[in-house]
Design a protein around this ligand. Structure first.
Ligand SMILES: Nc1ncnc2c1ncn2[C@@H]1O[C@H](COP(=O)(O)OP(=O)(O)OP(=O)(O)O)[C@@H](O)[C@H]1O
Ligand SMILES: [Mg+2]
Length: 311
């Protein structure tokens, strides 16, 4: 989207983009948990989902969490789309958790791509990449922390998020296509930083959803990360383990890992299912405890590295 000079918009000081150019590596999971963690620590936090998936880690759509704004609908990316297309401030769903507001993603975010392209060719020119940064500007002072979840495999949407945030964190899995996905964000990072957001930094990269004992594999992935994102890329030490069942169940229930873990003591057990007293979906997997602990550790480390990047 970029080629000529644009009028810059400084991103909020404590803003984080979770992004990589590969789908399904954990961006939305980490984005939602990081935002909720900051909110729980007392920061007024905004999560902006620049993605056409309507993953509902916080239970906004499925379980009606949060206060919908009066007037026009904002779910399924409609709010984000409208703000950018009508050049008006973002309108979040409020109080999804205490201190946490969310601009939900969804199918309408995909509709931004042709809109941005038309504007790029028309009157707006390359400044179109700052559309989200501008829509955020009027409401940013209400928040202590802003977290952007980003879309995979789409340069325009990825650039939109990168132009609006300050610290980029790149999750990856260990497979070759995840590593290639980092190549895409590395290219978009460079072009956005050069032309639209000189404040942007790669604040860290991390391996997500992997077996913590696969030490040799991890050493290889670290090399791949540095070869792709640059030698100086900080690499986080926390590796959230691969635990599909509790992760998928938690999302289905619109609960964060720590919230889902709290249900464990009162959960039905496998023997209750066998005896016909409970359904399989009522059993909270015990692995949720370790998953919640890993995620908390990752959130703390992300915030630590974000602080370092600001120094
Ligand atoms: N630690 C984990 N172990 C196993 N599976 C996980 C873990 N964390 C999240 N998942 C699951 O992995 C899948 C992909 O995660 P997520 O949606 O966060 O990735 P994403 O990068 O945002 O994907 P997309 O590119 O499609 O937006 C989801 O089904 C999620 O529930
Ligand atoms: Mg996602």
């Amino acid at each position: 989207m970029l080629s000529e000079e644009v009028e810059l918009v400084e991103p909020p000081k404590k803003s984080v983009v979770v992004g990589t150019g590969k789908g399904g590596v954990g961006k939305s999971t980490v984005g939602a948990h990081l935002a909720a963690h900051c909110a729980e620590q007392g920061e007024r936090t905004l999560l902006v989902c620049v993605t056409s998936q309507d993953d509902d880690d916080l239970g906004i759509k499925e379980f009606g969490r949060g206060v919908q704004p009066d007037g026009l609908p904002v779910m399924d990316g409609q709010g984000l789309y409208r703000s950018i297309s009508e050049r008006i401030p973002l309108v979040p769903v409020r109080d999804v958790r205490p201190n946490l507001d969310v601009v939900p993603g969804g199918v309408m975010v995909g509709e931004l791509v042709p809109l941005l392209m038309a504007r790029l060719m028309g009157h707006d020119g390359p400044g179109v990449v700052l559309s989200l940064a501008r829509a955020l500007q009027p409401i940013a002072p209400f928040y202590d922390r802003i977290v952007f979840d980003s879309a995979p495999e789409n340069d325009s949407l990825e650039q939109l998020a990168l132009a609006a945030g300050r610290h980029l964190f790149v999750p990856t899995r260990s497979d070759a296509s995840s590593i290639r996905g980092m190549g895409r964000i590395a290219r978009n990072f460079k072009v956005v930083r050069r032309q639209a957001n000189p404040w942007l930094r790669v604040a860290g990269a991390f391996l997500y959803a992997s077996n913590p004992t696969a030490v040799q594999l991890h050493a290889q992935v670290k090399e791949d990360i540095r070869a792709t994102l640059g030698d100086g890329t900080p690499i986080l030490s926390t590796i959230v383990g691969y635990r599909e069942k509790p992760a998928v169940n938690a999302r289905r229930k619109g609960l964060l890992f720590n919230e889902y873990a709290e249900l464990l003591p009162k959960s039905a057990k496998s023997y209750d299912v066998a005896a016909g007293r409970a359904r399989v979906e009522d059993v909270v997997p015990e692995a949720i405890v370790g998953l919640a602990a890993d995620m908390r550790q990752l959130n703390l480390e992300i915030l630590d590295y974000s602080k370092k990047a600001a120094e």
